[in-house]
Design a binder for this molecule. Structure first.
Ligand SMILES: *[C@@H]1O[C@H](CO)[C@@H](O)[C@H](O)[C@H]1NC(C)=O
Ligand SMILES: *[C@@H]1O[C@H](CO)[C@@H](O)[C@H](O)[C@H]1NC(C)=O
Ligand SMILES: *[C@@H]1O[C@H](CO)[C@@H](O)[C@H](O)[C@H]1NC(C)=O
Ligand SMILES: *[C@@H]1O[C@H](CO)[C@@H](O)[C@H](O)[C@H]1NC(C)=O
Ligand SMILES: *[C@@H]1O[C@H](CO)[C@@H](O)[C@H](O)[C@H]1NC(C)=O
Ligand SMILES: *[C@@H]1O[C@H](CO)[C@@H](O)[C@H](O)[C@H]1NC(C)=O
Ligand SMILES: *[C@@H]1O[C@H](CO)[C@@H](O)[C@H](O)[C@H]1NC(C)=O
Ligand SMILES: *[C@@H]1O[C@H](CO)[C@@H](O)[C@H](O)[C@H]1NC(C)=O
Ligand SMILES: *[C@@H]1O[C@H](CO)[C@@H](O)[C@H](O)[C@H]1NC(C)=O
Ligand SMILES: *[C@@H]1O[C@H](CO)[C@@H](O)[C@H](O)[C@H]1NC(C)=O
Length: 400
C-alpha cells in the first residue's frame, strides 16, 4: 500500500480548480438540487464530496487513474478513496440501508453492525450468509477489513475508511432523499442515483398537487406529532415532519401554542395538554414502544390518562396514527425505508388527512381503528442482492 501522505493544500486546490474547468456534464455526474449539507465537485479522474455537517472532504480517485495507485490521503479534513469501492460495511444502527438497495449495492455490502434490520432483502442476504455482523465497537476490524465503512455519527469518524452519511440531518423530506447522490459517487452509479431521485421527486411533487387540490375543496385538518416519555408528553418540532403535514394538505398546530413538555402527574399540565389535543383533527403518536405490536388505542388512552373520547375529535373521527406499521422484531422501517422513499410517507399522510378507504398505507397505521403492524419477512424479497430496488411510485391522478 502507498504511504500515507499529507496533502499540501496549494497543490490540492491547484489540481482541483484546474480540472474543474474540464468537467463533463452527463449521466455519470450528479448535481445537488435541494440538499443543504453536501456538495459534489467533479474533476477528470476524481471527485470531491464535501460534507458540510462534519467539514470532511472525500477525495474519490478513479481506480484507473495514476493518483489512485500512488497516493492515499487521510488528514483531519480530507480522506481519499479509490472508486468504485470494491466492498464496504455499514453501521446499520445509524445508517439507512434502503439507500444502498435503491442503488443495487447490497452485493458489495460485506458487514453490518447489528441484527436489527427492516428490509426484506437485507434480511434475505444476511440469512444467506453473504453479510457478517461486526460489533460497532470493533473499530479496528471495521477500519481495516473494508474499503469503506459508512457511519451515521460524526463522533466516530476518525478511521481513514469511515464515511459519514447523514440524510436525517436535512430539513425536508426530499433533501433527505437526495443523499442518494452522495452515495452514488462512491460507486460510480450517479446515473442510477439521479434516476431514483428524479422519480421520487416527481411522484412526491404530483402527490403535493393532488393533496392541494383536495384540501382546497375540504377543510385542512390540524395535525400534531406527539410522544410520551416517562410520563411527559411533548410535541415534535422536527422540520421535516411539519413539511410533510403541509405537503399533504394539513395544518400544523401553531408552534406558539405549545409548551415544551407536559408532566402527566401535574394536574395543570395534564389540563393544558388535553386542551391542545382537543383542537387536533389528526394525531400521530410517536411514543416509543419496546414491542410496537402491543401499542394500541388503550395504550394511548392510558398514557393520556383518559377513559372517554368526549372532546377529542381525532378519536371520535378515528384518526390516531403511529409510524410503526412496517416493523421487523422491534426495528422500525420508518428510520430507514421511509427516509429514502418519502413519497410513500406523503401518500400515507394524504390518506390519513383525506381518507378514501382506497389506499393501503405503508408506514402509518391507524390505532384508533385497531390497525396492527405488518411484519417484514425475508421471503418477501424477490430480488438478488445486486439487483437494484425500484422506488414505489404511488398512483397520482392529478397528472395524466
Ligand atoms: C463521464 O463520461 C464521459 C463520457 O461518457 C467521460 O468523457 C467523462 O470523463 C466522464 N466523467 C466522469 C467524471 O467520470
Ligand atoms: C476498476 O473498477 C472496476 C469496477 O469494479 C473494475 O472492473 C476494474 O477492473 C478496476 N480497475 C482497476 C485498474 O482496478
Ligand atoms: C459489542 O461490544 C461491546 C463492548 O465490547 C459489548 O458491551 C456489547 O455487548 C457488544 N454488542 C454485541 C451486540 O455483541
Ligand atoms: C475489500 O476490498 C479490499 C480491497 O480490494 C480487500 O483487500 C478486502 O479483502 C475486501 N474485504 C472483504 C471483506 O471482502
Ligand atoms: C413530574 O412531576 C412529578 C410530580 O411533581 C415529579 O415527581 C416528576 O419528577 C416529574 N417528572 C418529570 C419527568 O419531570
Ligand atoms: C389519572 O386520572 C385520575 C382521575 O381522572 C387520577 O385519579 C389519577 O391519579 C391519574 N393518574 C395519573 C397517573 O396521573
Ligand atoms: C372527520 O373526518 C372527515 C374526513 O376526514 C371530515 O370530513 C370530517 O369533517 C371530520 N369530522 C370532524 C368532526 O372532525
Ligand atoms: C428477530 O427475528 C429473527 C428472524 O427474523 C429471529 O431469528 C430473532 O430471534 C428475532 N430477534 C428477537 C430479539 O426477537
Ligand atoms: C380506488 O382506486 C382505483 C384505482 O386507483 C380507482 O380506479 C377507483 O376509482 C378508486 N375508488 C374510489 C372510491 O376512489
Ligand atoms: C384539480 O382538480 C380539478 C378538477 O377536479 C382538475 O381539473 C385540476 O387539473 C386539478 N389540478 C391539479 C393541479 O391537479
Amino acid at each position: 500500500m502507498a504511504p500515507l501522505l499529507q496533502l499540501p493544500f496549494f497543490f490540492f486546490f491547484f489540481v482541483f480548480f484546474f480540472s474543474f474547468s474540464l468537467l463533463t456534464d452527463g449521466d455519470n455526474t450528479s448535481h445537488v438540487e435541494q440538499a443543504g449539507n453536501f456538495h459534489i465537485y467533479y474533476g477528470q479522474s476524481f471527485k470531491v464530496i464535501k460534507n458540510a455537517l462534519d467539514g470532511q472532504s472525500y477525495l474519490l480517485l478513479q481506480n484507473s487513474s495514476r493518483a489512485a495507485t500512488r497516493s492515499r490521503y487521510c488528514t483531519g479534513r480530507i480522506k481519499s478513496f479509490v472508486i468504485p469501492l470494491s466492498n464496504f460495511s455499514i453501521d446499520t444502527t445509524t445508517v439507512p440501508v434502503s439507500f444502498f438497495e435503491l442503488l443495487g449495492l447490497l452485493g458489495s455490502l460485506k458487514a453490518i453492525t447489528s441484527e436489527s434490520m427492516s428490509s426484506e432483502c437485507l434480511l434475505k442476504t444476511y440469512m444467506g450468509g453473504e453479510i457478517e455482523i461486526v460489533n460497532k465497537s470493533e473499530t479496528n476490524q471495521l477500519a481495516t477489513q473494508f474499503t469503506a465503512h459508512f457511519i451515521g455519527e460524526k463522533r466516530q469518524s476518525r478511521a481513514c475508511n469511515f464515511v459519514t452519511f447523514e440524510p436525517s440531518e436535512e430539513n425536508t423530506p426530499l433533501q433527505r432523499t437526495e443523499w442518494i447522490k452522495y452515495l452514488g459517487t462512491f460507486l460510480n452509479v450517479e446515473a442510477r442515483a439521479n434516476q431514483v431521485f428524479q422519480a421520487v421527486k416527481e411522484n412526491y411533487g404530483c402527490l403535493i398537487k393532488a393533496a392541494a387540490n383536495t384540501s382546497a375543496t375540504s377543510f385542512k385538518p390540524v395535525v400534531a406529532w406527539v410522544g410520551c416519555n416517562e410520563g411527559m408528553w411533548s410535541f415534535s418540532h422536527d422540520t421535516y415532519k411539519s413539511q410533510y403535514v403541509v405537503d399533504a394538505g394539513g395544518e400544523n398546530l401553531e408552534d406558539s401554542l405549545e409548551a415544551n413538555a407536559y408532566n402527566m402527574s401535574i394536574p395543570q399540565d395534564l389540563d393544558d395538554f388535553r386542551a391542545l389535543l382537543c383542537t387536533l383533527d389528526v394525531v400521530i403518536d410517536e411514543t416509543y414502544a419496546s414491542d410496537p405490536s402491543e401499542y394500541t388505542l388503550s395504550t394511548f388512552m392510558q398514557n393520556v390518562n383518559i377513559s372517554d373520547n368526549d372532546c377529542f375529535s381525532f378519536l371520535t373521527n378515528r384518526s390516531l396514527w403511529r409510524y410503526d406499521k412496517r416493523v421487523h422484531n422491534t426495528t422500525l422501517d420508518w428510520f430507514d425505508g421511509a427516509i429514502s422513499q418519502p413519497q410513500l410517507v406523503l401518500a400515507d399522510l394524504i390518506e390519513a388527512f383525506f381518507p378514501t378507504g382506497n389506499y393501503t398505507t405503508t408506514y402509518l397505521r391507524n390505532i384508533a381503528k385497531g390497525e396492527g403492524i405488518t411484519d417484514i419477512a425475508p421471503e418477501r424479497c424477490g430480488r438478488s442482492s445486486d439487483t437494484a430496488m425500484d422506488p414505489t411510485i404511488v398512483p397520482c391522478n392529478t397528472i395524466s
